[in-house]
Design a protein around this ligand. Structure first.
Ligand code: SF4
Length: 416
């Protein structure tokens, strides 16, 4: 436990207890975590070289899937917090991770969500404990909790801290941080808030190649600042002046974006700067740091490997509909195969009917507000062996994936 902020700058005025390395109760909560999120079936499938065969079902599980190290740690700390402070109110700023089952369990354990309308953040006091999620919080939120004297349990993932370190360095060196991410995503909001911590720090969030192209056009032509600000008004830091702030830019990513798209955006920006300033001055105008985390990358690579087998009939991706990394796994697969992003086993209604989130093939995942569910019929090939690729986002527990496998088994048996 510390009482002085070390990773969030020096603007905090009222240090409160902060737990950043757990609460020394790891062993005590291990059994509870295993009971809630572990799956013996998924363990068996992994031990069987990630392949499973029952009746006419052939299953190929991605070699990397499910909980990442950051999520594992965040959920572990939340359970430890409940154990350590049984008689104090405990709050999450919002979803600890983007998975409905995990959030539901935390609510059931009595942890409250400040994002709920009935919770009043302004009334928090030193008796309250606040858990900061894996994707971090904005400087403004952190400052408020510190001023209110709340005990903090900081689960911000090390990979997110790495993004913050890089964008802060951009700011110190006079480069505007261009963040490839989703402007409403908690992690990207937290990252953008880090940038303005440094005097003169600026940021701009771009969602996709289409938005990057607008930025590149401005770097090249730079003649319509009003239109630019109208387009990116919510995505820029306060006081952003395109003519001034797009002369020197550094690219970073929300940790869960699609690697191929981030690389493409980086190349577009590099070429725009090259075109504008020439080869000799390129380093003074453009920098890039790949800040997509290893867990995200490993899960995307594992899906690519599965798709290369070329023996799959369809792909199922399990995870929260608002989970960025899950949606990107579905996008990867959806470009090559019929792919269904499902929330859990209940989405597999029958061997005729399946509820799922449409996959955003060819375009970036829609903002959270665009979440919707649709129903597809006759999704499961009948009367023959069916080979299904299966993966799960970094916020999906094995227990949920195990239930999906059990449901698939029962559906393929029923269809025999
Ligand atoms: S997806 Fe990456 S950055 Fe996010 S919590 Fe997991 S490991 Fe950390």
């Amino acid at each position: 436990m510390t009482t002085a902020p070390t990773t969030h700058g020096d603007i905090l005025t009222a240090p409160a207890p902060v737990f950043r390395k757990g609460l020394a109760l790891k062993q005590e909560v291990a059994g509870e975590l295993a009971a809630d999120y572990h799956s013996a079936l998924i363990d068996r499938i992994r031990a069987a070289d990630y392949q499973w065969q029952v009746g006419r079902l052939r299953l190929r599980l991605a070699r990397e899937s499910g909980f990442c190290y950051g999520v594992d740690r965040a959920v572990d700390y939340a359970y430890q917090t409940r154990r350590r402070f049984p008689n104090r109110p405990i709050y999450l700023t919002g979803e600890i991770i983007h998975n409905p089952q995990v959030n539901h369990r935390l609510r059931a354990a009595g942890i409250q969500f400040l994002s709920d309308p009935e919770c009043d953040t302004d009334s928090l006091d030193p008796n309250d404990v606040v858990i900061l999620p894996a994707f971090g919080v904005t400087i403004a939120m952190l400052t408020q909790f510190q001023r209110q004297g709340c005990t903090l349990v900081d689960t911000t993932c090390g990979s997110v801290l790495n993004v913050w370190k890089n964008v802060l360095q951009f700011a110190r060196d006079g480069f505007t941080a261009i963040i490839h991410g989703k402007v409403r995503h908690e992690e990207t909001q937290a990252t953008a808030s880090q940038v303005v911590q440094s005097r003169g720090g600026r940021s701009l969030v771009v969602l996709d190649r289409a938005e990057a192209q607008i930025v590149c056009n401005f770097i090249h032509d730079g003649h319509d600042e009003v239109a630019f600000l109208a387009r990116f008004g919510r995505a820029v830091s306060p006081g952003f002046i395109p003519h001034r702030d797009l002369q020197r830019v550094g690219l970073a990513n929300q940790t869960t974006m699609l690697m191929s798209e981030s690389l493409a955006i980086g190349e577009m920006l590099r070429l725009a700067m090259l075109d504008r300033y020439g080869h000799k001055d390129l380093d003074a105008h453009y920098r890039a740091f790949d800040t997509i985390c290893t867990a995200t990358q490993d899960r995307q690579d594992a899906v690519a490997l599965l798709l290369d087998r070329q023996d799959l009939d369809l792909m199922i991706v399990v995870g929260g509909y608002n989970s960025s990394n899950t949606r990107n796994l579905a996008r990867l697969a959806g470009r090559r195969l019929p792919t269904f992003h499902i929330a859990d086993a209940a989405s597999l209604v029958s061997n005729h009917e399946l509820r799922h989130r449409p996959v955003d093939v060819g375009q970036p995942a829609l903002p959270a507000a665009g979440i919707s569910e649709t129903c597809t019929t006759d999704w499961l090939p009948a009367d023959r062996i069916v080979t299904i690729g299966l993966t799960a986002g970094a916020s999906t527990p094995d227990s949920v994936v195990g239930q999906v496998v059990e449901r698939l088994e029962s559906l393929t048996v029923e269809a025999d």
